[in-house]
Design a protein around this ligand. Structure first.
Ligand code: AMP
Length: 290
């Protein structure tokens, strides 16, 4: 017997059969499987999901798969950071039990796995509107990952606010027996929302990107005092005055439906959401306003 609990090393799994073998005994013993899907280039935001999963579940699996079907821009897919060795070290440091790192052939053995899922209104606003096909790709990959991993609970970041709504809709449409947990956005000390894409920013762009969280905080500070129309136009004006910045959208919406709101009384959960290009890097962020 070792004198203290030595953590098991991280298991690296690539095939569905390996996932089945890894989870079989835990499942048979009635243990709870937690799952954190990611595209890698891990940071503290991802680790916060894994830590929460470790608190709530007996076995935690993180997946790393840069999913081609959710990129509407092929250059964005090519540029996306891939740092598997670093990721493995980070997962080991928090005590994650296994990483599922499949090849594209495993996720999409043939075109029948590329489902055309409809998310209705959610595909017509914000990320849905500005990244055509993106949520279909997210739905495809997450449905496939859920079928392989068969988790009891899956953990997602509210940084991708609309994505959490899409995943909940996916689970509802296909009656997938998994509980979806949305977790708060983890930020750098200076306010920048953590993102794998932050690695792609130059030092100057990194400084510019700080304005994203700043305009969100400003919107929150004046919400209820300034009209929503003015909050939105001020935010867009301030952002577009910055060097190399293009605003895709800055919207104030109801957090339950993502319908645009025009006056504060229209929503009990108002949220400001933005997508902004800083140079070539597209960043998103959001903040509850009350
Ligand atoms: P990604 O690797 O970007 O696909 O993200 C994998 C998961 O981590 C998603 O559920 C994201 O919403 C979540 N995530 C990404 N950034 C953050 C963050 N800064 N705080 C909390 N969760 C995050």
């Amino acid at each position: 017997m070792p004198p203290f609990n030595v953590p098991e090393p991280l298991k690296i799994l690539e095939k569905p059969e390996e996932i089945d073998a890894f989870t079989a005994s835990a499942r048979a013993a009635g243990k709870r499987i937690g799952f954190v899907p990611t595209m890698g280039a891990l940071h503290e935001g991802h680790l916060s999901l894994i830590s929460r999963a470790l608190c709530e579940c007996d076995v935690v699996i993180c997946s790393i798969f840069v999913n081609p079907t959710q990129f509407n821009d092929p250059k964005d897919y090519e540029r996306y950071p891939r740092v598997m060795d670093e990721d493995v070290k980070m997962l080991e440091s928090v005590g994650c039990h296994a990483v599922f790192a499949p090849s594209e052939k495993i996720i999409y053995p043939d075109d029948s796995f590329k489902l055309q899922i409809e998310f209705g209104f959610l595909e017509t606003v914000l990320e849905g509107k500005h990244r055509p096909g993106h949520f279909k790709g997210v739905g495809m990959v997450v449905k496939r990952l859920f079928e392989v991993v068969k988790p009891d609970r899956a953990f997602f970041g509210l940084k991708d606010y609309q994505q959490v709504m899409v995943i909940k809709e996916l689970v509802r449409q296909f009656s997938i027996p998994v509980e979806i947990i949305g977790m708060p956005t983890i930020r750098e000390a200076d306010g920048l929302a953590m993102s794998s894409r932050n690695r792609l920013l130059s030092p100057e762009e990194r400084t510019t990107a700080l304005h994203l969280s700043r305009v969100l905080r400003e919107a929150k500070a004046v919400f209820g005092k300034t009209s929503i129309a003015d909050i939105k136009s001020n935010a867009i004006r301030e952002l577009e005055a910055l060097p190399n910045v293009k605003v895709d959208y800055f919207e104030i919406s109801d957090g339950h439906t993502l319908q645009t709101i025009h006056v504060p009384s229209e929503s009990s959960l108002p949220v400001a959401l933005l997508a902004v290009f800083v140079g070539k890097v597209r960043l998103i962020d959001n903040m509850f306003l009350v």
